[in-house]
Design a protein around this ligand. Structure first.
Ligand SMILES: NC(=O)c1ccc[n+]([C@@H]2O[C@H](COP(=O)([O-])OP(=O)(O)OC[C@H]3O[C@@H](n4cnc5c(N)ncnc54)[C@H](O)[C@@H]3O)[C@@H](O)[C@H]2O)c1
Ligand SMILES: O=C(O)C[C@H](O)C(=O)O
Length: 311
C-alpha cells in the first residue's frame, strides 16, 4: 500500500498504530493528521527517529492541515475523546459524533477513494455513521473492536492455562461494549476445545473479564484507556488488507441482512483482504449465543437511535 493516514494521529492510539505501521513497513508513507497544532509533526518526527533501530524506510509525516490526507489508500480514525473511569463508551457518543462528522467530510474531500477504518468510540455506532455519511460501498468502511477483544481473551486463556498464546484461537462478536459476545464454543487450543482444559466456571470468568477488558485497563491506567493492544489490533487488520491475506477476523461491519440485521454496524466474523471487508461470514449460533448477540445488537441500536436525536 502506498499511503495510510491516521486522523487523531497525535493521540495515544494513533501514535501506537503509526509506530507499528512504520516498523512493519505496511505502507510507503504514514500521514498523521491532528487538530492539536504541531503535535502530529512532533509525533511523526519522533517515530522517524526510531527508524535506524527498527530499520524501516516508511516515511512518517504529520500536519494539522487536512489536505495531508490526499492520496491515502486507507484512513484510520482515532480522533475524539476516550472515556474516563466510571463512563461507558457510549457516554462519549455525543462529543465524538461531531468529530467523526467533521473527519468524514475531510476524508470525502481529500481522500475520496480511501478505505476507512474506524477506531473512535463508540466504534460500532460511529462506523455506521461514517457509512451513512459517505454512502460508500460497505466493504470500504469498517471498524476495529473484535480483534482487540479476542486478543484480550486469548491473553487471559494463556495466563490461566499456561499454554502459548500462539496456539490459542478466540472469537468475540457483537457490539464493543459491556454486552459483547465472547463465544467460548469457538475458542480452541490448537484445535482442541477450551472446555477440555478449563472447567465451565473458569471459562465463564474469562468471558466476563473479556467483556470488562477495556474498563480494567482504564481503571489501572487511570487517565488513559488502552492504546498498546488497540494499536496492535488495528495494525493486524491493516496487515490482512495490505498483504491480501483474506484473514477471518471479527470486524465491525455494516450489516445488510446478515444475522437478520440491517441499518447497523457491529462485530461479526469477516474476511479481510485488499478490498476491505470482502465477506461477512454467518455462523449458526446456538440459542444462548444468539440471545446474547441479539442483546448486543439492541444496545448498539439504542446508540444509533440517539444519533437521530443528536443530529
Ligand atoms: N475501538 C477500539 O477498540 C478502541 C481502543 C482504544 C481506544 N479507542 C477510542 O479511540 C479514541 C482515541 O483514543 P486515544 O486514547 O488515542 O485518545 P487521545 O485523546 O490520546 O487521542 C485523540 C486525538 O484525537 C485528536 N482529535 C480530536 N478531534 C479531532 C479532529 N476533529 N481531527 C483530528 N484530530 C482530532 C486529539 O487532538 C487527540 O490527539 C477514543 O474514542 C477511544 O475511546 C477505541
Ligand atoms: O475501553 C475503552 O474505552 C477503550 C477501548 O474501547 C478498549 O476496549 O480498550
Amino acid at each position: 500500500m502506498n499511503k495510510i493516514s491516521i486522523v487523531g494521529g497525535a493521540g495515544r492510539v494513533g501514535e501506537t498504530t503509526a509506530q507499528i505501521l512504520a516498523e512493519q513497513e505496511l505502507c510507503r508513507e504514514v500521514a498523521l493528521l491532528d487538530v492539536n497544532e504541531g503535535m502530529s509533526e512532533g509525533v511523526a518526527l519522533d517515530i522517524v527517529q526510531t527508524s535506524p533501530f527498527f530499520k524501516f524506510d516508511s516515511r512518517v509525516v504529520g500536519s494539522d492541515d487536512p489536505s495531508i490526507l490526499a492520496g491515502s489508500d486507507l484512513v484510520v480514525i482515532t480522533a475524539g475523546q476516550a472515556r474516563k473511569p466510571g463512563m461507558s463508551r457510549s457516554d462519549v457518543l455525543e462529543a465524538n459524533v461531531r468529530v467523526i462528522d467533521a473527519v468524514t467530510d475531510e476524508i470525502m474531500t481529500h481522500a475520496p477513494d480511501a478505505m476507512v477504518l474506524v477506531v473512535s468510540n463508540p466504534v460500532d455506532t460511529l462506523t455506521y455513521r461514517v457509512a451513512q455519511r459517505t454512502g460508500w460501498d460497505r466493504r470500504r468502511i469498517f471498524g476495529q473492536a473484535g480483534v482487540l477483544d479476542a486478543s484480550r481473551m486469548a491473553g487471559f486463556i494463556a495466563q490461566e492455562t499456561g499454554f502459548s498464546v500462539r496456539d490459542i484461537t478466540t472469537m468475540v462478536l457483537g457490539g464493543h461494549g459491556d454486552t459483547m459476545v465472547p463465544v467460548s464454543r469457538f475458542c480452541t487450543i490448537n484445535g482442541i476445545p477450551l472446555s477440555h482444559f478449563l472447567p465451565e466456571e473458569r471459562i465463564a470468568a474469562i468471558m466476563e473479564r473479556t467483556r470488562k477488558g477495556g474498563a480494567e485497563i482504564l481503571a489501572l491506567r487511570k487517565n488513559s484507556s488502552a492504546y498498546d493492544a488497540p494499536g496492535a489490533a488495528v495494525a493486524t487488520m491493516i496487515d490482512a488488507i495490505v498483504r491480501n491475506r483474506r484473514r477471518l477476523l471479527p470486524c465491525v461491519a455494516i450489516l445488510d441482512g446478515e444475522y437478520g440485521e440491517r441499518e447497523i454496524a457491529m462485530g461479526v466474523p469477516c474476511v479481510l483482504g485488499w478490498q476491505g471487508v470482502e465477506q461477512v461470514v454467518e455462523l449458526d449460533l446456538e440459542p444462548i449465543e444468539r440471545a446474547d448477540f441479539d442483546r448486543s445488537a439492541a444496545s448498539v441500536r439504542a446508540d444509533i437511535e440517539r444519533l437521530r436525536e443528536i443530529s
